[in-house]
Ligand binder design. Structure first.
Ligand code: NAD
Ligand code: ZN
Length: 244
């Protein structure tokens, strides 16, 4: 595939680069994207497994859902797209702002990561200030209890209706970036979906990488209708030729 020369030029001039990523960037690591058809998420009603109310009603059901997803994700490894974004940190003032909860950006080596929706490998107590990592798959106890106080633990992910993590910082990064990528996200869930629009308003070159059309397509300066690995590999090769 061919990367437009004008995009290569923008990247060669750029100092600050950011990428908003969604489930699509992890699809090639074998993690299914969110197909919200009929309000079901992997066969579960979204309002039962991804809301505070759903958790209050049936914590064991919610934990079974997350346990299943953790089991499905445990062998997933960062793919070339995650790795190239990590590599770009060596060349740019670079941030990854992700909606994914799989932790693959950090695993690929990215340090500047905002996990807007949290991380499925972290837990936090519903009562005390305990929070920590938990990689046990499958969980030996459902629902798991706090090692400090014995109360219920919950996944350290952001549910519908809860404030997302690091949103102010994400907005600042969008405003300050020279090039802003939107990669593998359907760009429907706000506030994340606003970020490419804010970046554009503040003068960034907006690049969409997604095999499908999204609301970002309307304002993107460049659109690459390819898989994330294919598009980023082609872009990185072009930049490498220029020793950026
Ligand atoms: P989404 O599932 O709504 O959209 C995925 C997008 O990725 C689509 O636009 C699709 O065309 C595109 N896509 C599919 N394969 C691709 C590829 N190989 N390369 C590039 N693009 C590709 O995802 P979303 O916008 O992130 O919203 C889903 C919500 O569900 C998020 O809030 C997220 O937290 C959660 N979620 C996370 C994961 C994960 O952590 N990996 C997985 C599923 C859902
Ligand atoms: Zn506790």
């Amino acid at each position: 595939m061919q990367i437009p020369d004008a995009l290569v030029d923008e990247m060669l001039k750029a100092k600050r680069v950011a990428a908003l990523t969604g489930a699509g960037i992890s699809a090639e690591s074998g993690i299914p994207t969110f197909r919200g058809a009929g309000g079901l998420w992997e066969g579960y009603p979204v309002e039962k497994v991804a809301t505070v109310e759903g958790f209050a009603e049936d914590p064991a059901l919610v934990w079974r859902f997350y346990d299943e997803r953790r089991v499905n994700m445990r062998n997933a490894r960062p793919n070339l797209a995650h790795k190239i974004l990590a590599e770009l940190e060596k060349h740019y003032d670079m941030w990854v702002i992700t909606q994914n909860i799989d932790g693959l950006h950090r695993e690929a080596g990215s340090k500047n990561v905002i996990e807007l929706h949290g991380n499925i490998w972290r837990v936090k107590c519903t009562l005390c200030d305990y929070h920590g990592e938990n990689r046990e798959t499958p969980l030996s106890e459902i629902p798991p209890k706090c090692p400090k106080c014995g109360a219920l633990l919950r996944p350290d992910v952001v549910w519908f209706g809860e404030p997302v993590n690091g949103v102010e910082k994400a907005f600042r990064i969008a405003k300050e970036s020279d090039v802003f990528f939107s990669i593998g996200t359907s760009a429907l869930v706000h506030p994340a979906a606003s970020l490419p629009f804010i970046a554009k308003d503040y003068g960034a070159t907006v690049v969409e990488i997604n095999p499908q059309r999204t609301p970002v397509s309307v304002i993107a300066d460049f659109i690459i209708r390819e898989k994330a690995t294919v598009a980023l590999d082609a872009l990185f090769r072009e930049l490498y030729k220029h020793k950026k």
